[in-house]
Write a protein that binds this ligand. Structure first.
Ligand SMILES: *[C@@H]1O[C@H](CO)[C@@H](O)[C@H](O)[C@H]1NC(C)=O
Ligand SMILES: *[C@@H]1O[C@H](CO)[C@@H](O)[C@H](O)[C@H]1NC(C)=O
Ligand SMILES: *[C@@H]1O[C@H](CO)[C@@H](O)[C@H](O)[C@H]1NC(C)=O
Ligand SMILES: *[C@@H]1O[C@H](CO)[C@@H](O)[C@H](O)[C@H]1NC(C)=O
Ligand SMILES: *[C@@H]1O[C@H](CO)[C@@H](O)[C@H](O)[C@H]1NC(C)=O
Length: 487
């Protein structure tokens, strides 16, 4: 029994030193939530002050459940471009929060201050309310979050601003049990923004006692005038061909409108009337505009029925590799039917682009390096699930790759197509919950021996010869038949 007590108090002691470390104080925390549909951007600014010398890392906390909805997290010193290293602590299953250590650019001495900016992206956090809507009705969403930003350090003043795109905020939760930190009204709305706080004199809050007593969910109910879009599944294949000096990208996309489900039947007449008055219902998606790379050619787009001819593509001319990303081809995709709440639309979109626009060759190592875009962002949409396959040229060896952020899983295999002799190396990356922040590039590097270069022409040559021989035989047979007939 005494042993048991000993270990228990030791455990508590350890937890305390972790959680209520007095090495910093927060002079202010301001969290700004930019409401959206499927994707919500959150920026939290921590004005911090060191209370001890030699502070090299600062700890932040996400609430329980917040980690699962956070698909992107990046910390910077305010005003600087360089992202700071973030080390995730092992989750203690007994705790209601998740800790991350941010490595500071240089250690802080006592009384030194710094402004840290934490940027996160949350996905799948809004719920349509009401859950169904008629074709001519509005779309409103609920967003819920925890009232307090948790911190292992004491905080002098804290505020949360939740911003909608329009001032049409229907309701918001008024928090209770906050008298200890606020003597005025704890929640207010001004224009499109709901403000929680200011709350003053908050003790270190990564403590179960604080969480049990004060932490609480708050909900904002707001009108949202754009469809809530999810890509349920994206399969991108990127095929590198040295023989054709081509990079082919093909996306198979299952798009889903996650807004309120359509109540009643779809009326094309109502839809056309709305389109005529340029007032489409906010939860109906008539068209999508995508930015594709410049210099693309042979673009194609089709769905289960066939080519989608109502779509338009304006291609920008090819630009050199170092200028990529400054110009776009604009693709206006108009699905065969408007996509209503709860509906799916499956389509394929593909294009070719000059390989040199995304490839460099390192003479000293004999390596090719190709930049493969992970995804083409769809404004405001989340990609729930992606499989990206990079098909390398036949005979590529010493394959290496670098990803901007870790993939859920990665595998190496071979891909065999018509005219290939040995099959091609292929890399497959699996991703979940991608947003515009993840629209970055994977670098794939490999060598191709001059002999391997010849393989494809040889394969093509042989095939041609084969056809030619067959043709000859056919002609001969024909001739003989003719002759026989003549006879
Ligand atoms: C992706 O988002 C869903 C829904 O929010 C969540 O349940 C899941 O844990 C997330 N997956 C990953 C790998 O982040
Ligand atoms: C830090 O600031 C406090 C209050 O301004 C002051 O009393 C203290 O001496 C300072 N410490 C150092 C090391 O500068
Ligand atoms: C959305 O918010 C409203 C108002 O706060 C609430 O009555 C409703 O239950 C919420 N719905 C969901 C699905 O969370
Ligand atoms: C679809 O478009 C492609 C080129 O964009 C064309 O080659 C093909 O014949 C079209 N198919 C149909 C069924 O119209
Ligand atoms: C949309 O696709 C998902 C996943 O394939 C499926 O579960 C869902 O039933 C589909 N919805 C409709 C309305 O077809």
């Amino acid at each position: 029994m005494p042993k048991c007590w000993l270990s228990l108090s030791l455990f508590l002691f350890a937890a305390n030193t972790y959680a209520s470390s007095q090495s910093f104080e927060n002079t202010a925390i301001v969290r700004t939530v930019e409401l959206g549909g499927a994707v919500v951007h959150v920026t939290t600014t921590y004005a911090i002050k060191a209370l001890e010398d030699g502070q090299k890392s600062y700890t932040i906390a996400l609430g329980r459940g917040e980690k699962e909805i956070t698909s992107f997290l990046e910390a910077k010193v305010k005003g600087q471009q360089q992202a700071l290293q973030v080390k995730e602590r092992v989750l203690d299953v007994n705790e209601d929060y998740h800790l991350f250590d941010i490595v500071l650019p240089k250690s802080l001495t006592t009384n030194k201050t710094l402004n840290l900016v934490l940027e996160t992206v949350q996905t799948h956090v809004t719920r349509p309310w009401p859950a169904t809507a008629g074709q001519n009705e509005e779309q409103a969403l609920n967003y819920s979050t925890n009232l307090f930003v948790l911190s292992p350090y004491a905080t002098s003043i804290q505020r949360t601003k939740i911003k909608a795109l329009t001032p049409r905020v229907n309701s918001f939760t008024i928090p209770d049990r906050v008298k200890a930190f606020s003597d005025s009204t704890p929640a207010s709305k001004s224009g499109a923004t709901v403000v929680y706080g200011p709350f003053e004199g908050i003790p270190p809050s990564t403590q179960s006692s604080f969480i049990a007593e004060y932490q609480q969910p708050v909900t904002v109910h707001y009108n949202h005038e754009q469809p809530v879009l999810e890509v349920l599944r994206l399969e991108r294949s990127a095929e590198i061909s040295h023989w054709g000096a081509n990079l082919n990208i093909q996306d198979n996309i299952v798009l889903h409108n996650a807004g309120p489900k359509l109540k009643g039947h779809f009326s094309r007449l109502d839809h056309q009337t709305q389109a005529f008055y340029k007032r489409p219902a906010p939860h109906v998606l008539p068209a999508l505009t995508l930015h594709l790379p410049s210099g693309i050619r042979n673009a194609y787009y089709y769905d289960i029925i066939g080519n989608v001819s109502t779509s338009k593509l304006r291609t920008a001319p090819s630009v050199p590799k170092e200028k990529q990303g400054t110009q776009f081809s604009v693709f206006e995709f108009r699905p065969r039917y408007p996509i209503l709440g709860g509906w799916n639309y499956t389509f394929t979109l593909g294009w070719d682009s000059p390989l040199e626009d995304s490839t460099s060759y390192d003479k000293s190592t004999g390596r090719y390096i190709v930049e493969i875009p992970i995804m083409t962002p769809i404004l405001g949409a989340v990609v729930n699930d992606e499989e990206l396959t990079v098909i390398l040229p036949e005979g590529a060896t010493d394959v290496q790759y670098a990803t901007p952020f870790p993939a859920g899983s990665t595998s190496v295999g071979t891909h065999t197509t018509y005219l290939d002799t040995t099959g091609r190396p292929a890399l497959t990356f699996q991703y979940k919950n991608l947003t515009v922040k993840h629209a970055q590039t994977i670098f794939v590097s490999y060598k191709v021996s001059p002999l391997a270069h010849l393989k494809k022409p040889i394969a093509v040559g042989t095939a041609f010869l084969g056809l030619f021989t067959l043709g000859m035989i056919a002609r001969r047979v024909n001739l003989t038949l003719h002759q026989k007939k003549k006879v």
